[in-house]
Design a protein around this ligand. Structure first.
Ligand code: GLC
Length: 744
């Protein structure tokens, strides 16, 4: 009998493989056949993406075979009309691919990606992306311009909201999860949408945190930091497309950067998807001063490896001429068409070009909303909880104030085109509907929006607060203040929100501050004045319900910060995985408050720190509290000397010493102490979510393959270097027992 099982297994295994190889090989054959038939004009058409601004004109362009994609059609009827023209009225009937920015949900809006990253829950994040794909694909969208996996270390940069934060490992884990969610198990499934990792590359390192600004990333930093999430996306998630970035790195705009697009992406990573430029990033190479005119921009983008041009139209305008002038080759064009057609075949668009569009059954489904609530609960970070004032455990008179207590549009966050604010459950709505019967909820916005400077209602608020048992103050940013092009040089709370908080604190009624924002804000003073602080990011459609559940203990916060919170803008850039420098401060240095008058020049110790704000952030990467409290037992290593191909096991006990069931996100950091180049003082290499009942204790084991310690050293080759390592496991990047091991 066993033999029969084995034979059956072999037949299935090889059958499947042959089938799988066939589908890849089959696709290549189909592309070959199609390419041979295509005229030059039809090839150029595939490289041209139209925006949906003027569909009447677009229908004509599509009919001429001069478009391969349209961006931002969200009406299934229009999508099918455009597709029908492409498939039934052009010579070869090559289907269009419809793209859209589906960044953190389509109709059901999930927390902004920075909030999703705070969940440290890739499974939930993948499910959220799956829901986004199910809702978006119902309108004909089969391609999203997400995830954004730019490493973001500067909260002045408005697009940090769309990122997964400052860490390459966490961003890689989250990026892979989002791509798997978008693309599903089979890209040809009508509910799957091609992902588009962006922005390639280094866009988040914009000088001064000012969007679109210059970057100066060395090749080694690219390989050890900024490219890590993209490489993982290509190698672990079968990424379908990539988008070039706006920034010029070392003087070379990403849409003309052959090193990135050919050497790294194609030669080293063997990327088989296609590359799309960002919006007009090709013509912007003229503004960069990298190209004389749009014709040269087209030439440089094509030769660098940009397969499809987003809306700027230079490919349609100049490819024929560039070919005649031998500035580009037909081989390059054919290769770039091949990349585009490969994704269209994998999406099954040739077999199923049209969409059913039964949106009413799919949009805002209860299971989608429940998932959005769960992910919001797991993304909200508890930053302070003095005297365990939270969760509320008995009915109270609750005063609810602030411009974000009932702001259905702002709560959704940036990059929301299709989610509707009338579906938003705001904190006020949730408090009234879910917890209002046991509590007396009194609401006064006081400020109309986050930038409001009208203090007229301060007195009214003070009177209400004096009569209340507790104050809930909802502060933060309107959604327009983060996202693309929305950089800030001052990260203090906008308007007079801080003054409102100070005024309410004077009433001595316990005050809980809930911040909704698209980025870390410099809220040191507000945290000090508040009894408790929740950081909810922009939590999406169900964010208010999630906040209410946390306030009343139906959910226990577990989220951790995916990005460092600086005390002030002057400390930026401040991130945990920094280099040590030759003169690291140890925190005991003199500062503005204790430097003696006429102190001698060298008496302060010449260390790397700020006289006025030291080196410590307001909150470190990985920080987040819980209603539970977790005790870590001593770390035990399986070995202290290992070879490069071995796996180190680290075990410890974790105990929940509180009366609330909770989830701890235990984080594993390493330091490669001495190497051929200076390396970060800490690097996140793994994390685990461990849920424990009150007083429950568990044995936890981390497995760390030594190969995970590889990096590009002095010779630019990615490998593990022998030597001594420190390792920590703890609740954030500044906590945890340190142990050491050696790699031979
Ligand atoms: C924007 C963004 C990019 C987006 C694209 C299409 O400028 O930089 O992230 O996907 O245009 O909307």
């Amino acid at each position: 009998m066993k033999k029969l099982h084995y034979i059956v297994f072999l037949l299935i295994f090889f059958g499947y493989n042959i089938n799988a190889q066939n589908s890849d090989a089959q696709i290549e054959k189909k592309i070959d056949i199609l390419l041979k038939k295509m005229t030059l004009k039809e090839k150029i058409g595939q490289m041209n993406q139209l925006s949906a601004d003027d569909m009447e004109t677009n229908f004509k362009v599509i009919q001429q075979g001069m478009a391969g994609s349209v961006l931002s059609i969200t009406n299934p009827e229009i999508a099918n009309k455009a597709q029908k023209i492409a498939v039934e009225q052009t010579r070869l009937g090559i289907p269009l691919i419809f793209g859209r920015d589906v960044i953190h949900g389509f109709k059901t809006i999930f927390p902004i990606p920075l909030g999703q990253a705070a969940s440290f829950n890739p499974d939930l994040v993948e499910k959220a992306a799956r829901v986004a794909a199910i809702e978006a694909s119902e309108t004909g969208i089969r391609w999203t311009f997400a995830p954004m996996i730019d490493i973001a270390r500067d909260p002045r940069w408005g697009r940090i909201a769309e990122s997964c934060g400052e860490d390459p490992y966490l961003t890689s884990v989250m990026g892979v999860a989002m791509i798997k969610g978008f693309q599903g198990k089979d890209l040809s499934d009508p509910s799957s949408i091609a992902a588009c990792a962006k922005h390639f590359a280094g866009y988040g390192a914009a000088e001064g945190g000012r969007d679109y600004n210059t970057t100066a990333i060395t090749e080694r930093q690219f390989r050890n930091v900024y490219l890590v999430p993209f490489e993982e996306a290509v190698k672990k998630a079968n990424l379908a497309t990539i988008m070039t970035a706006f920034n010029a790195n070392d003087g070379i705009p990403s849409s003309g950067n052959e090193f990135l697009l050919k050497q790294i992406l194609r030669k080293e990573w063997n990327f088989k998807g296609f590359v799309v430029s960002d919006w007009a990033s090709i013509t912007e190479m003229v503004d960069h001063g990298f190209c004389t005119d749009n014709k040269e921009a087209a030439e440089k983008a094509i030769n660098a490896g940009v397969d499809m041009e987003m809306v700027s139209g230079t490919y349609v305008a100049y490819i024929e001429t560039l070919l005649q002038e031998k500035k580009i080759s037909i081989e390059t064009i054919n290769e770039e068409i091949r990349n585009i057609l490969r994704v269209k075949f994998k999406l099954g668009l040739f077999e199923n070009p049209y969409v059913k569009g039964n949106t009413k059954d799919v949009f805002y489904k209860e299971e989608h909303l429940n998932l959005a609530e769960k992910l919001a609960e797991e993304s909200i970070v508890l930053l302070k909880n003095e005297a365990q004032i939270l969760p509320f455990n008995k009915s109270k008179t609750i005063a609810v104030f602030g411009p974000l207590a009932d702001a259905p549009h702002e709560q959704l966050g940036t990059w929301v085109f299709d989610g509707e604010k009338n579906h938003t459950i705001t904190p006020l709505k949730a408090l009234k509907e879910k917890y209002g019967k046991d509590s007396n909820i009194i609401y006064e916005p006081v400020l109309k929006y986050s930038r409001d400077k009208d203090s007229t209602n301060f007195d009214k608020a003070r009177k209400i607060a004096q009569e209340a048992d507790v104050v809930l103050l909802f502060l933060g940013e309107e959604s327009i203040l983060s996202g693309e092009a929305h950089s800030l040089s001052d990260l203090n709370l906008q308007g007079i929100q801080s003054q409102l908080l100070s005024a309410l604190v004077k009433t001595k009624t316990p005050l809980i501050t809930i911040v909704m924002a698209g980025r870390p804000l410099t809220i040191e003073k507000e945290v000090k004045l508040s009894n408790a602080v929740l950081y909810a990011w922009h939590p999406g459609t169900m964010g208010g319900s999630a906040i209410a559940n946390i306030l009343f203990g139906k959910a226990n916060p577990s989220a951790k910060l995916p990005v460092t919170f600086p005390k002030n803008v002057g400390q930026i850039p401040m991130y945990y995985n920094h280099l040590n420098t030759g003169r690291p401060a140890n925190g005991s240095e003199l500062n503005l408050t204790n430097i003696p008058v006429e102190a001698s020049q060298t008496s302060l110790g010449n260390k790397s720190y700020y006289l006025d704000s030291g080196t410590q952030p307001l909150f470190p990467f990985g920080f987040g509290l819980s209603y539970s409290s977790f005790d870590y037992g001593k770390l035990k290593l399986s070995k202290t000397v290992l070879k490069k191909e071995e796996v180190l096991e680290i075990s410890f006990t974790l105990k929940n010493t509180a009366q609330y069931e909770g989830t701890e996100i235990a984080q594993l950091y390493i330091r490669d102490i001495t190497a051929s180049i200076a390396l970060p003082v800490k690097e996140l290499k793994s994390f685990q979510r461990i849920t424990l009942k009150p007083n429950e204790e568990k044995q936890v084991t981390f497995k760390l393959p030594i190969t995970d310690l590889a990096f590009c050293g002095i010779d630019m080759k990615k490998k593990v270097e022998a030597g001594k390592f420190d390792l920590w496991i703890g609740s954030n990047s500044e906590k945890g027992e340190k142990v050491s091991f050696e790699v031979q």
